[in-house]
Each structure stands twice: as structure tokens, then as C-alpha cells.
Ligand binder design. Structure first.
Ligand code: NZQ
Ligand code: ZN
Length: 397
């Protein structure tokens, strides 16, 4: 079966070594007059990128204000601060300089400025965004794919609920991507980013819609490319060719291209969001700690897909007589890959200790919204299945 689809990817991608030199022109073309430069904890200042951004805007005659300090797994409190600042300063365009956390914070501010109610309403399902300030991105880490995605993931400071809202309104007008800007990434962030990128495609590849072979071929090429580049770049962090593959893959993995004809699963993502909200871990590392357990939980009922993944992505020889063995070897191969790039393969490796049963209760309760919702599409994961997967990943199943 091939699922019907409606593919929409309106973001202009400006990719390459000198791409920052176009920022001023791009903001003008997008109609920005007063810009909020939004950024994270300091990497963009240290690298000199923020200096380039400021002079690009100054040279284009565009006035701006600034709000930094976005933390990984971005917080609602910063979003509220941004909304207030944008209203006070009359901002009409937001320029996110950073990764998924900064971009998502920018998107949330963009939703909040024209909305008269409480911006958290959108993540609570109490309101649907009707407008968003235009957003541009200068990407510094390939990982979340937020530069081309319709999604915006924010954590509530007090309840630690981490939730996503999806709408085409927040799709970025442009994304400036210079792979050289990712040379300064710590190895752990590079590896977690590569893991997240692969997972965005895997969350669409593991689907009950198995007949769009073109999408499969694109997905498999993307996964193999990122896997090989992620290993190689750890020894060659300033290799432009490798950084470029990973950066472009990051956008394609989450702009819905690898979902054409298939379906979003995202069970592993939903399970992970609770982990990163509660423990502040890096999203990609959390995914690596959970995916092998999700895979083993569902694999037996979807063997052909797991065999295809093992053979076409992980390079496992096909043992035609024993498909379950081939599938399991594919899961083992990705665990081996995670170890090679310094990612965990289970929760104790992620946190440095196992979860307590009380913590698993909390994770399940949040992920299932008090037992009222399931996650996943290829297979519906209810609260009981969530508990089993968390326990499997914890080594306590
Ligand atoms: O804050 P600074 O100092 O900039 O440091 C950041 C941060 O500590 C650092 N960094 C970024 N670029 C760098 C750099 N350090 C050195 N050199 C550079 N060039 O990297 C750290 C991580 O940054 P962050 O933006 O948090 O990474 P990522 O892009 O992985 O974003 C993670 C967030 O995105 C969400 C995740 O859940 C998480 O909250 N996601 C968003 C999605 C979306 N909107 O479509 C989809 C994803 O599945 C994901 O859920
Ligand atoms: Zn992700």
C-alpha cells in the first residue's frame, strides 16, 4: 500500500561556504524590517557567526534586537520573554541562529506574538495557531531538522511537559546552511545529531505502508550516507565534504520527503521526549538509548521491514531461511554503530544509572497522558507497551 500524501517544503535553502553573506538580502526579500536575533548559550558568539549576522543586517539597513540564552530542550519561559520583547520592539521577523532548540523557541515566539491568549494553549491543545511571525534560520547544528519541519517542540518549565505542535505556519522562509559552521561542534553533539537525523527517516521508514519503493530508496541512501559520514567525521571534524552530507541529510530527513507514501510513526520520539524533559539529556542520545528496545518490541510482527533495513541500510547478509535472525542482526548492527560514535544503546548508558520503577511510572504517565493516549503508527504503543519498552531499555524487563 502507498499512503496518499501532500508534500509541502516551502523553505528556501541557501547552502554553502559563503552562504552567510546572503543573510541581509534574504531578510529584506522576506519583508523583515525589525528583526529579533534569537540564539543559544554562546557558541554562535564565540565562533564569530553572530558578528557576521549583525553586520549583514546593519549593511542591509535593517534594525534588530537580540535575545540569547536558549537552552537545549528549550523552555516556555524563554518563549514568553521573546514574545514580550517582540511586542515591545515591534519585531516583524525572527532570525534563529543555532540549532533545533533556538529554531523551536523562535517558532513558539512567532506563534505567541499575534495570539492574545496564553501561548502554551497551543501545546495543550486548547487552541490552534492561526498566524506566526516569519522566521529565517542560520543553522549551526544538523540534527533536529527544524529548519525545514512544521514542528515546534517546547518544554514547560514547571510541569516539565515536553510537547510538539505541528503547523505549516511556522515553516521557515529560508535556511542558511554553511557546513563550515558545524566544524566547532563537540563530537557528542555531532553524533547525537546524526542519530536524530537517521531517526527522523527511520520513524517514517518503519511503516505499514511498504510499497513506495522510490521513497525507500531515498531513505536508505540517506541513512547509509549519514551512518558512514558520522563515523568518518569524528576523525575529520573539519572535512567539508562529510559535514555537508550530514547537514543536507538533516533537512531532508525531516522535511517530509522520506514520508511520501509512508506514514509518521514517531513512537520512539514521543518516548524520548519524556526522557529529555525529565533528565535534560540530549535528544539524539535519548533516541539511541530507546530505539533498539522499541525495535525488538515490534520487530516480530513486521519482519520484512526489519530485514530490508538490516540488509539495505546496515549491510547485514540476508539469511533468507531465518528472517528473524537477519532482522535481529540489523538491530545489533545499529547498536554497534551507536557505540562507535559514542552514543548509548540503553538507558543506564544514557543516564549513568538505571531508572527506578517510580521514574518509569512518571515517564509512562506523561507519555500516555495519564493512560489516555497511544503513540506510534506502524504499531500503536499504549501505556502498558510503553512500560515494557522503557523497562527493556532499562535492562529491567
Ligand atoms: O547553545 P549553544 O551555545 O549554541 O550550544 C549548542 C547546544 O549546547 C551546541 N551547538 C550548536 N551549534 C554549535 C554548537 N556548539 C558548537 N558549535 C556549533 N556550531 O549544541 C547544543 C545543542 O543544540 P540544540 O539546538 O539543542 O540541538 P538540536 O538541533 O539537536 O535541537 C534539539 C531540540 O530540538 C528538538 C529536540 O527535542 C530538542 O528540544 N526537536 C525538534 C524537532 C523539530 N522542531 O522539528 C524535531 C526533533 O525530533 C526534535 O524533537
Ligand atoms: Zn528528533
Amino acid at each position: 500500500m502507498i499512503k496518499d500524501f501532500n508534500f509541502y517544503a516551502p523553505t528556501r535553502v541557501v547552502f554553502g561556504r559563503e552562504s552567510e553573506q546572503q543573510i541581509g538580502r534574504l531578510v529584506v526579500a522576506a519583508g523583515g524590517h525589525k528583526v529579533l536575533i534569537h540564539y543559544g548559550g554562546g557558541s554562535a558568539e564565540r565562533s564569530g557567526l553572530l558578528g557576521v549576522v549583525r553586520s549583514q543586517l546593519q549593511n542591509a539597513g535593517i534594525s534588530f534586537c537580540e535575545l540569547g540564552g536558549v537552552v537545549p530542550n528549550p523552555l516556555l519561559s524563554k518563549v514568553r520573554q521573546g514574545i514580550e520583547m517582540c511586542r515591545r520592539e515591534g519585531v516583524d521577523f525572527i532570525l534563529a541562529v543555532g540549532g533545533g532548540s533556538v529554531i523551536d523557541s523562535a517558532k513558539a515566539i512567532g506563534y505567541g506574538v499575534p495570539y492574545s491568549g496564553d501561548v502554551w494553549d497551543f501545546w495543550q491543545g486548547r487552541a490552534v495557531p492561526q498566524a506566526c511571525l516569519p522566521i529565517g534560520v542560520v543553522l549551526t547544528i544538523p540534527a533536529a531538522g527544524s529548519e525545514m519541519s512544521s514542528s515546534c517542540v517546547i518544554t514547560h518549565d514547571e510541569s516539565l511537559l515536553k510537547r510538539g505542535v505541528n503547523s505549516d505556519l511556522c515553516r521557515c522562509r529560508f535556511a542558511v546552511m554553511n557546513p563550515e559552521r558545524t566544524y566547532t561542534l563537540p563530537a557528542y553533539q555531532t553524533a547525537a545529531g546524526a542519530t536524530d537525523i537517521m531517526m527522523h527517516t527511520m520513524e517514517r521508514y518503519f511503516s505499514k505502508y511498504e510499497d513506495m519503493t522510490l521513497t525507500d530508496a531515498i531513505s536508505e541512501a540517506l541513512l547509509r550516507t549519514v551512518k558512514e559520514a558520522a563515523i568518518a567525521v569524528l576523525d575529520a571534524p573539519t572535512d567539508y565534504r562529510l559535514r555537508a552530507q550530514i547537514m543536507w541529510a538533516g533537512s531532508l530527513a525531516h522535511n517530509d520527503l522520506t514520508e511520501c507514501g509512508t506514514e509518521k510513526d514517531f513512537a520512539t520520539h514521543k518516548l524520548e521526549h519524556e526522557l529529555s524533559a525529565l533528565f535534560g539529556v540530549t535528544h539524539g542520545a535519548g533516541l539511541a538509548a530507546l530505539w533498539p528496545s522499541w525495535a525488538r518490541f515490534v520487530c516480530g510482527r513486521h519482519l520484512s521491514r526489519f530485514v530490508q533495513f538490516a540488509v539495505n541500510v546496515m549491510g547485514v547478509p540476508n539469511d533468507f531461511a531465518h528472517p528473524a535472525d537477519t532482522a535481529e542482526r540489523g538491530i545489533q548492527a545499529i547498536e554497534e554503530f551507536y557505540r562507535k560514535i559514542g552514543m548509548p544503546t540503553n538507558v543506564p548508558e544514557l543516564l549513568g544509572r538505571p531508572l527506578t520503577e517510580a521514574e518509569i511510572d512518571t515517564l509512562v504517565d506523561k507519555c500516555s497522558n495519564g493512560g489516555t493516549i497511544c503513540v506510534g503508527a506502524m504499531e500503536k504503543i499504549d501505556a502498558e507497551a510503553m512500560r515494557t519498552i522503557y523497562r527493556m531499555a532499562n535492562g529491567t524487563a
